[in-house]
Write a protein that binds this ligand. Structure first.
Ligand code: SAM
Length: 326
């Protein structure tokens, strides 16, 4: 049973924990000019990660997704993984990564307790991959995906932000790719963030239209688990893989929200598109503060809004998703 319930009866079993803002990719829709330090880059330490995870687990959280920035850029990444995985009550440890270190470390991370893996692969065409991510590392990332499949993760997913005029034409290639691979392919609808100007208008593709196309091709809905992510999931009898659609503009997106976020600066974010965040760091210095930390988490949750205001073009204070662990 979770003790994290907001004023709208939504229950929270799932924590997304960002451990760094630093990223080595320059994705056109996220950090086109690359990561720029802004003086705040003193990220949560291993001891702070342990206290955050313990407090959430005490309140019923079962799943932690580690994200960033690029989380695997942290030198102590494997130890951080182990810290989260060893926390009593945490049964699923997930990672969202661009995959650039995966080929070398998949097995080591699996052994440290990582159970679920999402790799961002915006194109299956090396040139388009380079154009979107700013890095010519397609083959390295795909070697990482193969290494992850060999390492025996419970689940491997590929994330792709579909962009009109860029990788939007590759829908069929992505589907072909999962015909024989037991991988979930997730198409993420582009979200408009604070630092995006005309990019959104030029490249946004409607998730709802992709969904209708998939339904016409015989894809069928999968029931949602209580700690499931934001995707609507589909299966097809002719495919080994599954399909997930993340559609932040769909009308029920917020009703199914079961996730809370903690940023690499140690702030609780109640919504990806919320305001400044609730400071936790003053309660992360010592184990004796756990009760106070738990009380702050519970009271902050009562201020969670019913929905985001993305439809009105309001991304809250989120300049780009790398700043809060997208
Ligand atoms: N560096 C890691 C990675 O590349 O997966 C983790 C952080 S990244 C911010 C997490 C996910 O957010 C990626 O799959 C990325 O494609 C997605 N993302 C970033 N900005 C986005 C946007 N404006 N709209 C939709 N998805 C976005």
């Amino acid at each position: 049973m979770t003790q994290l319930e907001d004023g709208f009866g939504r229950q929270f079993y799932y924590l997304r924990l960002s451990i760094t803002d630093v990223c080595n990719f320059r994705c056109t829709y996220c950090l086109p000019d690359g990561y720029r330090p802004n003086g705040r880059n003193y990220f949560i330490t291993q001891a702070e990660v342990a206290r955050i995870t313990r407090a959430f687990a005490a309140l019923g959280t079962q799943k932690v997704r580690i994200t960033g920035g690029e989380p695997t850029m942290r030198k102590d990444f494997t130890e951080l993984l182990r810290t989260v995985a060893d926390t009593p009550g945490i049964t699923k440890v997930a990672l969202t990564t661009n995959g650039y270190r995966l080929a070398k470390h998949a097995q080591e991370w699996r052994d440290a307790g990582l159970t679920h893996l999402n790799v961002s692969v915006d194109s299956l065409d090396p040139k388009m991959f380079h154009q979107i991510t700013g890095e010519n590392l397609f083959h390295e990332v795909m070697a990482g995906v193969d290494a992850a499949l060999d390492a025996g993760f419970e689940q491997v997913k590929l994330n792709s932000v579909l962009l009109k005029g860029l990788n939007g034409k590759e829908l069929d290639q992505f589907l072909d790719w999962i015909k024989t691979r037991p991988v979930e392919m997730r198409f993420i609808e582009l979200m408009q963030t604070g630092e995006m100007d005309q990019f959104f208008e030029r490249h946004h593709m409607s998730g709802e239209q992709i969904k209708q196309r998939m339904l016409q091709q015989g894809w069928q809905s999968v029931l949602r688990e209580k700690d499931a992510g934001p995707a609507e999931r589909f299966w097809h009898p002719d495919y080994a893989g599954k399909l997930g659609l993340i559609m932040p503009y769909s009308k029920d997106f917020c009703a199914g929200c079961n996730r809370l976020r903690v940023s690499a600066q140690g702030k609780l974010h109640l919504c990806l598109f919320g305001e400044g965040g609730v400071e936790l760091r003053d309660l992360l210095a010592a184990d004796e503060q756990q009760d106070e930390l738990i009380a702050r988490l519970q009271s902050a949750l009562q201020t969670k809004r019913e929905t985001h205001y993305l439809h009105q073009g309001d991304a809250g204070s989120t300049p780009h998703l790398a700043s809060i662990g997208g």
